[in-house]
Design a protein around this ligand. Structure first.
Ligand code: CA
Length: 232
């Protein structure tokens, strides 16, 4: 009986290892929102640039959709940009861009006037979308899909699960605690699940503040320590 149990455990571990994702919630460095629930967002540009697939985390309370998470992350990350189209059936993600080399600037050609929070919304007609639109900076990410490709939407309920093609749009996707959403660009409409992502990081200014906070804390600790020392 014990032997059988051991065998089952070994098989289960082997299975877990074989399907283990390269990213978990512990890998997330850029968290957006607050709350007791958490979900992960992966965006894969499939453009061969390093890293082509990036990871963010989202926290919330109550109810939230996949689109709520996408919207919150784009608004919070100053390096992330989205070009949306409004159609009779709803809003679609047409283009996504990212200041990959953290140069502090991001633009596209043909030009779009992104709002300060990274959004640009256009009516869903031919004149506003262009698959040939590229990032002005060749080291940045930008993919747009209208006639020769599109942003495919993948979901999974937990870190260990396999990605599945979403059965609904992001605004109808109700997020559950521990869920993952993935946007993966499909050139020539050949969609593929998001590849293992690298964690997106907060912009340098935020990091500097965090570092300064740490440095101040160290100073306080040192001072306390020397105060104790002088007491002897
Ligand atoms: Ca740039």
């Amino acid at each position: 009986m014990k032997k059988i149990q051991l065998l089952v455990t070994t098989l289960a571990s082997a299975f877990t290892l074989a399907t283990a994702p390269a990213a978990t919630f512990e890998d997330v460095q850029f968290w957006v929102g607050t709350g007791s629930h958490r979900a992960a967002l992966v965006i894969d540009w499939n453009d061969g640039k390093t890293a082509e697939s990036l990871l963010w985390g989202y926290r919330w309370d109550g109810a939230a959709t996949g689109f709520d998470m996408f919207q919150a992350v784009v608004s919070a990350d100053p390096r992330l940009f989205a070009h949306l189209g409004t159609f009779s059936f709803g809003t679609a993600v047409m283009g996504i861009g990212y200041d990959l080399n953290a140069s502090g600037g991001f633009d596209v050609n043909p030009a779009l006037n992104f709002a300060a929070d990274g959004w640009r919304v256009d009516p869903g007609t031919d004149e506003f979308f262009d698959d040939a639109r590229v990032a002005t900076d060749a080291d940045d990410h930008y993919r747009e899909g209208w006639s020769s490709g599109y942003w495919s939407y993948y979901v999974k309920a937990a870190t260990e699960a396999s990605w599945g093609y979403a059965s609904s749009g992001a605004s109808d996707r109700v997020l559950s605690d521990g869920a993952w959403d993935g946007w993966s660009f499909a050139p020539n409409f050949a969609d593929s699940a998001p590849s293992a992502p690298i964690a997106a990081v907060p912009e340098p200014a935020t990091l500097t503040l965090a570092w300064l906070g740490g440095a101040l804390w160290l100073r306080v600790r040192r001072r306390r320590h020397s105060d104790n020392g002088s007491g002897h």
